[in-house]
Unconditional design. Structure first.
Length: 304
């Protein structure tokens, strides 16, 4: 196995932190887009397991995330056009992957925030990947998102783009823990595995407050997503915890599934894991999830 840490320089002089877990004989590739207020190295256990099946894993840290990010820039995409720059970074990573491992099927996995990045990405790059896994996601509620974006715009004017609002954090995640009382921490909604929750709580690169500008970029990105612009033949997979509050404990992710089917898209599988919460790859049934991801990735050779 070969483990590579690479930095890809962008046109605006940003260095994209890239991680590659590469087996000796690569048969498939999994590219990972991680979630908000976390980082790609947290997927290393799954990556090291997948390479035993000749699956290469490529992951990047989005702008404003990870240990290579300057402390003051945590939770900040860019001064302008942040969402598009994040999409362009992902495209640079996928193009790098194709140049390093030519002709091998690529599955893109987007978790949480990364799932929305992935949705925007396939909308702009309709032939870039062979499979798409949307994990721990939800359907866009455009009316609510537009109201939230207006609030963020006001806070940007009052507090500044780089200010960090506890109000926005509470507005977004404040109710997520309520179903899991009595709470051990503010992040019980992430997983039933207490060790993983504690590791997240104690990690300075997890759970930080994001800037007003990043919320502005993020919500604008959400509004731009239109499933009717997704490639019709791209195989899609939806994976969610049945108790994931982001997916409205099954309701929201089921609504997304129905919308995808109504749009005539190529939904191959939809799976709700009973009792599982938000971070499926760090759940008590993580091995089951890893196995399902492996099977999806291995199917890519057959699909393509």
């Amino acid at each position: 196995m070969q483990y590579i840490e690479e930095f890809l320089r962008t046109e605006d002089q940003h260095d994209i932190p890239l991680r590659l877990w590469r087996p000796k004989n690569v048969s498939q590739i999994l590219v990972i887009a991680h979630g908000m207020a976390e980082y790609c190295e947290r997927y290393s256990a799954m990556a090291e397991w997948l390479i035993e099946y000749n699956i290469a894993v490529v992951a990047l840290n989005h702008r404003g995330h990870g240990m290579d990010c300057h402390e003051g820039d945590l939770g900040f995409f860019a001064e302008s056009h942040g969402w598009q720059k994040v999409l362009d970074d992902l495209d640079a990573v996928i193009r790098y992957t194709k140049s390093e491992m030519k002709g091998i099927p690529i599955t893109l996995l987007g978790h949480s925030m990364g799932s929305f990045i992935a949705q925007s990405y396939i909308q702009q790059h309709t032939k870039a990947v062979d499979n798409l896994i949307l994990m721990s996601t939800n359907g866009i509620k455009y009316g609510q998102i537009k109201v939230a974006k207006a609030i963020v715009g006001l806070l940007k004017l009052i507090q500044g783009p780089k200010a960090r609002s506890k109000f926005l954090d509470k507005m977004s995640f404040g109710s997520f823990n309520s179903h899991f009382k009595p709470n051990r921490s503010d992040f019980d909604w992430l997983s039933r595995d207490n060790a993983h929750v504690d590791a997240y709580v104690n990690d300075p690169y997890c759970g930080f407050l994001c800037t007003n500008q990043m919320w502005w970029d993020l919500l604008g990105g959400f509004i731009s997503i239109d499933i009717h612009k997704w490639p019709k033949q791209l195989p899609l997979y939806l994976l969610s915890g049945a108790d994931d509050p982001l997916g409205e404990r099954g309701k929201g992710i089921t609504r997304l599934k129905n919308n995808i089917q109504s749009a005539g898209l190529n939904l191959i599988d939809f799976k709700l894991y009973p009792g599982a919460r938000h971070e499926l790859v760090n759940e008590t049934n993580a091995l089951e999830v890893w196995e399902d991801i492996k099977n999806i990735v291995q199917q890519s050779a057959k699909v393509t």
